[in-house]
Design a protein around this ligand. Structure first.
Ligand code: ADP
Ligand code: MG
Length: 423
């Protein structure tokens, strides 16, 4: 069997690693892949969707796994479906659940899914007029379209709100993505991620997780693509799970069916759990989270290729997910300066020793393989993940492995999992 993995981050390395565990997988094509993925398969740099589809056809690829949201939002599933090439993910229209926050909010409203009360604005002047009347802060303003995790503003007063609106709607910082904005109430609570496999008829929960988006310890400083994660998130108690299932996933499935959305993939629920253990949906993502996948997938005992085909064929109802009771924690090693300016091309030392540790998994992100070893090639460089008897054990295993790795300007947070570890 030949599998194609689209993407170049830690999530995609983790997917390729998981797929490699299936003995019938003979070849993996990584589009474009990274240093770590180059050890598991052939990395091929293809940029346009038609090129990717043509390549998949020529190589007789049996299964396509898509890591990031971009190709899904641009319609990779639509193109592969026409060719009858199995792929995991929603089509372009269903991907609007992530690629348009306006679509997602209205969808949630139609099906009674708990989400923060909101308003939508298409005209800058109307949004300004609204804010001149509004007195409750903080408030959240979101650019409608994809914005690489930078399109969400949390604002404390009118001045901040007006600046944000100007940036999004007038300066067009996010281009087309900022043509419309969602303004929504701020929800207090603790965040958690729950990813669900969906085949349009059935669903299957993956274990919960939590990530750390801010660059600094204690969750301060600028947002990043993610500095670390752990699974499970203790905030998702059985009562919370029950509400996620009844209040969110059931109506979601009803909506997907009623609106004939083609969704055979993974849906990521970005949740806020409030004081009363009520889950609110902050956002949907139409794919695995990064770095959440890197702590969730190592806990899944099912074969990922089998799961993927069950999704594609709409046979999820025949699947029983087996989850390792061990807990997982992952630390992201980044280049100094990230998420701002950083340098690349630094030699990475100590990977072998770290990788050989029991229960430790290294997933590469921005790395490049050269003749004499691995070099940094991005802001987020490596995910050092560990499985432990409990979260504290996973924490120690992961950080011990981190201590073996060195590269010039290496930075990481030392407090991944702090909220859960405190409990
Ligand atoms: N209504 C809200 N109340 C409180 N915090 C929010 C709210 N909406 C978003 N956030 C915060 O902003 C972050 C980013 O928002 P999100 O909707 O996930 O957008 P994206 O991931 O596309 O940037 C969330 O992870 C959360 O920390
Ligand atoms: Mg988010």
């Amino acid at each position: 069997m030949r599998v194609m993995v689209i993407g170049s981050g830690g999530r995609e390395h983790c997917l390729a690693w998981k797929v490699r565990q299936n003995p019938s997988v003979k070849e993996i094509f990584c589009i474009p892949g990274n240093g770590g993925m180059s050890e598991l398969g052939e990395c091929v740099a293809l940029s346009s969707l038609p090129e990717i589809v043509t390549f998949a056809r020529e190589k007789a690829v049996d299964l396509v796994l898509v890591g990031p949201e971009g190709p899904l939002a641009r319609g990779i599933v639509d193109l592969l479906k026409v060719q009858n090439i199995p792929v995991v993910g929603p089509d372009r229209n269903a991907a609007l659940l992530e690629s348009s926050k306006v679509f997602a909010k209205k969808f949630m409203e139609r099906y009674g899914i708990p989400t923060a009360p909101f308003h939508i604005f298409e005209e800058y002047e109307e949004a300004v007029a609204y804010f001149r009347r509004r007195s409750e802060y903080p408030v959240v303003v979101k650019a409608d379209g994809l914005a690489s995790g930078k399109g969400v503003y949390i604002l404390n007063d009118l001045d901040e709100a007006l600046d944000a609106l100007f940036e999004i709607m007038v300066s067009e910082k996010f281009g087309e993505s900022g043509k419309r904005v969602v303004v929504e109430d701020f929800v207090q609570g603790e965040e958690a991620t729950v990813m669900v496999l969906l085949d349009g008829k059935s669903y299957c929960f993956l274990p919960s997780s939590q990530d750390h988006k801010r660059v600094g310890e204690g969750d301060i400083g600028p947002n990043t693509g993610g500095m670390g994660a752990y699974s499970p998130a203790p905030i998702t108690t059985p009562s919370v799970w029950d509400k996620i299932e009844r209040r969110i996933v059931h109506p979601l499935l009803e909506g997907i069916q009623a609106e004939h959305l083609f969704y055979r993939g993974i849906l990521y629920l970005g949740l806020m759990i409030d004081q009363k253990e009520n889950p609110w949906v902050l956002e949907f993502n139409v794919r695995l989270g990064d770095p959440e996948a890197q702590v969730v997938l190592p806990r899944i005992q099912n074969d990922w290729v089998d799961l993927s085909f069950a999704l594609w064929k709409g046979e999820l109802d025949t699947v029983r997910l087996r989850v390792d009771a061990k807990e997982a924690l992952g630390v992201v090693l980044v280049s100094q300066g990230y998420p701002g300016h950083y340098e690349v091309g630094k030699k990475i030392e100590g990977l072998e020793g770290a990788k050989e540790r029991k229960g430790v998994f290294l997933f590469h992100a921005g790395t490049e393989k050269r003749a004499d070893g691995f070099y940094t090639a991005g802001g987020r460089v490596l995910n050092v993940c560990a499985l432990g008897e409990n979260l504290a054990d996973a924490y120690h295993k992961a950080y011990e492995a981190v201590s073996e790795i060195r590269f010039e300007g290496m930075y990481y947070r030392k407090d991944i999992g702090f909220r859960a570890l405190k409990k």
